[in-house]
Every structure is written in C-alpha cells, then in structure tokens.
Write a protein that binds this ligand. Structure first.
Ligand SMILES: Nc1ncnc2c1ncn2[C@@H]1O[C@H](COP(=O)(O)OP(=O)(O)OP(=O)(O)O)[C@@H](O)[C@H]1O
Length: 440
C-alpha cells in the first residue's frame, strides 16, 4: 500500500467520513475505491446505485471507472458505469437501463442531466451508501459548487462521504460540511513543513517578454526531445483556444504534437488521452482538462505557459510528472508582469532558470510557422487570451494595461494589428468602450 492508502483504509472501513490530502500520483484513487468496493460487496444485489464517485473532468471520470473495473476482478456481481458530458445521453440512458450498475462515476453536469431527464434515475440514486468527491477542492469551488449541492440534495443523508485531493486549502476545510458529517476525519499525509510537491521533480521558472515565448517553448522542447529519447511532455496553456494555437504552431515546427481541450469533441479527447497514456515520444498541448488526476505514466516534463489559475492548479499540473516516485521536470514560463504569481509558490522549491539564447534560425523557423497558422486560430486565441487575463483580479485592475498586454500577445503571433472582437463578447467581458480594442 502507498502511504495514503495505509493511512485511510482502516478509517474508511470503520465507516467514517474522510477528507484526505496526499501528494499527486500517490494512489488516492485506489485509497477510496478499495474500501468502498469492500463495503458494496456486503450489500444485497439491487438495481440501486450504491457508490457514486464525482470527478471534475471527463478524462478523470473514465480513468476512475477503469481503475474500479480492475478492482472488481474478484467481485463479478458488481458493475461500474461512467456518465460524462460530450457523449450521447440516450446511449447512456439505454446502457443504465439494460445493465443497472452499483458503481457510478460521473462528471457533475451530466449527472445533473440524468437526475432531471432519465426516468427512474433519481430513485436509483437513493441507494447511495458512499459518495466520493475526487479532486474535492475543485468540485467545491464556485464553478461546480451549485451542481454538487443539488446532487447532494438528491442522495441519502445517511451515507459515508470521502473527499480526496492533493490540495486542500483552508476554505475547503471550512465548507466541507456541505458534503460531510461534522465529525469527519481529516487525514493529511503531507507532513508539516514538507512541500506539497515532490522533491524528485525539479521545478524551474523562466521570465521573458511575451514575444519570446513561442521561440523559448520551441527551443526548450527541441532540446528535451534531443536529450531524452523517451520524452513525454505536457504543455499547459491558459485557455482552450490558446492551447489550439500553440498546438498548431508546434505542429508546424514538426514536433510530434497532440492537442486536448474542451473545444475538441469528446471522441477526439478520449482518443488523444488513450494514445498519450500508452505512448512515448509525444508532446501533449493541453488546457486544464488534463491538470488534475489524470494518470499518464512516465511524463518527463511539464511546461506551464502563462499564468496558472492559482497555486493549486500549478501543483496539480506539475503533478502529471513525478508520479509513483519517478523523477520529472517542471518549467513555468511567465512574462515579467506575471511574476507576482511566484509569491504564491515561494514555499515550493521553484528556482529560476537561465533563458536560452534564441538564435536567428530558431526565430526564423518560428516566424515561418506563425505565418502558416490560420488567421482564425490567432483571432480566437487573442480573444480567449483577453478573456482569461481579464478574469484575473491582479491583471484586470488596469484595463488600459490589459489591452496593451493583449496587443503584445497579438504581436507575438505576428499580427501587426490586434484582431477585432464581436461587440457582444466585449460587453460580456465588461470591456466595451475600453480604448484600444476594436469591435465588429
Ligand atoms: N499500492 C500501489 N502500488 C503500486 N501502484 C499503485 C498503488 N496504488 C496505486 N498505484 C498506481 O499509482 C498511480 C497513481 O495513482 P492515482 O492516479 O490514484 O494517484 P493520485 O494520488 O490520485 O494522483 P492525483 O493527485 O494526480 O489525482 C496509478 O497508476 C495507480 O494504478
């Protein structure tokens, strides 16, 4: 057993509610599935759902269901099903009807959909004995909280609840009563004074002007690919559309690129995710859909380009490497005006790396690649970039500066004039009438 499994197993088996914090890649999934399955194996067979596990992303839900499937090898009478957004609802409804399983793994939106639209589902869910919130802090933050509260209102109060994450900010402990009994047990396997990240992962950051970022990324990736024949890299970007843009640029530069984000169809996401799990010699350019929980073995390098949403997201993204005690590398690439983020990770061992000197040939290659990338991708990336930084409290305070920075980003894509943005979108972002932005 891993440390978190050893620490939580006896307590969960006693029927207690548990909030557990353990570093990334240390086996939290088995830690909640194993005792939950043990409990289920003692229940009489019924058409009810007895274990409900909720995950913040579709890839993670698929992975947790696959892990459960493995653990059910010696419990043939138990079954697991997964319900996630982006797939056909009627298909899931038919599957649940023809083969009602006791274990359901779900993403919050689709689960709510079934509660509202699938006949008999709200009754089946009344059988829940164990509720798991995987990546609990994410599920309880503002983006998901309402859905989670609605779902919790539909399942029995008399149940066991398990919350797991690698990060448990103080606010999460305060609001955990939303899901758990007051006398829940908090199990923290990250020792006092120890970092929340792994010491075998070397963390560095670089600070450079935006117009150098694409060249730096290309240079760093090129060197890494040359140094490690078994390379397997994830490059995290701020938004889906910036992810798409970077994937297109790097693919033009002949790197072996795959792309994953919320604007891809779910079948494309699943295909890329499965391929990346199995393969080496690949670079996955990703939005935060891969930030948490997904277990891709042997990732050699994690790059975070631009400001991470917060400290927690930084830790989870970095945690895609260095899993199960393996070594790994992490690089955070920021512009000068993003360096305030560094204070939120100052207790982690993140050290500054020297900027690579970018030769004229690399610069020329990147410029050529930028010319070949479609205008539409650049326009969408610019708009998404503006939206992302506009939602960042520190940066959006000064709107005229925000517009200037967005113009820098646009120039870094080789555009002499920033693209125009639909008026409605500017209004939604609260940026209508801000000088320097063009609207259509
Ligand atoms: N007892 C064990 N011995 C060996 N390997 C294990 C053990 N338990 C789990 N694993 C494996 O360790 C890997 C990481 O586990 P898992 O994905 O559950 O980590 P995690 O702690 O949930 O990570 P994250 O915080 O990123 O979600 C998986 O490949 C899993 O199969």
């Amino acid at each position: 057993m891993t440390q978190v499994q050893e620490a939580t197993l006896p307590i969960i088996l006693q029927g207690e509610d548990v909030l557990a914090k353990a570093k990334t890649g240390t086996g939290k999934t088995v830690a909640f599935l194993l005792p939950a399955i043990e409990l289920l194996s003692t229940l009489p067979r019924s058409p009810y759902i007895n274990l409900l596990a909720i995950c913040p992303t579709r890839e993670l839900a698929n992975q947790v269901a696959a892990e459960a499937q493995k653990l059910l090898k010696y419990h043939r009478s138990l079954g697991v099903q997964v319900v996630i957004g982006g797939t056909r609802l009627p298909q899931e409804q038919r599957r649940m009807k023809s083969n009602p399983c006791q274990i359901l793994v779900a993403t919050p939106g689709r689960l709510k959909d079934h509660l509202e639209n699938t006949p008999g589902f709200s009754n089946r869910i009344k059988g829940v004995k164990v509720l798991v919130l995987d990546e609990a802090d994410r599920l309880l933050d503002m983006g998901f909280r309402r859905d989670i509260e609605k779902i919790i209102a539909c399942i029995p109060k008399e149940r066991q609840t398990l919350l797991f994450s690698a990060t448990v900010p103080a606010e999460v402990r305060q609001i955990s009563h939303v899901a758990m009994k007051k006398d829940y047990k908090f199990i923290n396997t990250v020792k006092e004074g120890d970092e929340e990240t792994h010491s075998q992962v070397s963390q560095t950051y670089m600070v450079a002007p935006l117009n150098m970022h694409f060249s730096i990324l290309y240079d760093v990736l090129n060197k890494h690919v040359a140094e490690d024949a078994e390379y397997k890299v994830i490059v995290f970007c701020t938004t889906a559309m910036v992810t798409k843009l970077l994937a297109e640029i790097l693919a033009q530069l002949k790197l072996n690129i795959r792309e994953i984000h919320s604007r891809k169809s779910q079948s494309a996401r699943t295909k890329v995710s499965d391929e990346f799990r199995r393969s080496k010699g690949l670079i996955l350019v990703s939005s935060d859909v891969s930030a948490r929980g997904v277990d891709y073995p042997d990732v050699t390098l994690v790059i975070q380009a631009g400001l991470p949403a917060d400290r927690e997201q930084y830790i989870h993204r970095l945690g895609r490497t260095g899993r199960k005690g393996k070594v790994g590398l992490g690089l955070l690439l920021l512009a000068h005006w993003e360096t305030h983020f560094l204070s939120s990770v100052q207790d982690l061992s993140v050290s500054e790396a020297v900027l690579p000197s970018i030769g004229p040939s690399v610069q020329a290659e990147v410029n050529n690649a930028l010319i070949r990338v479609e205008m539409k991708s650049k326009e969408s990336a610019y708009q998404a970039w503006l939206g992302y930084y506009n939602s960042n409290k520190t940066i959006s305070r000064d709107k005229s500066r925000l517009v200037r920075l967005a113009e820098e980003f646009s120039q870094s894509m080789g555009l002499p004039i920033p693209p125009a943005i639909p008026r409605l979108i500017l209004r939604k972002m609260g940026l209508n009438n801000v000088p320097g932005l063009r609207s259509i």
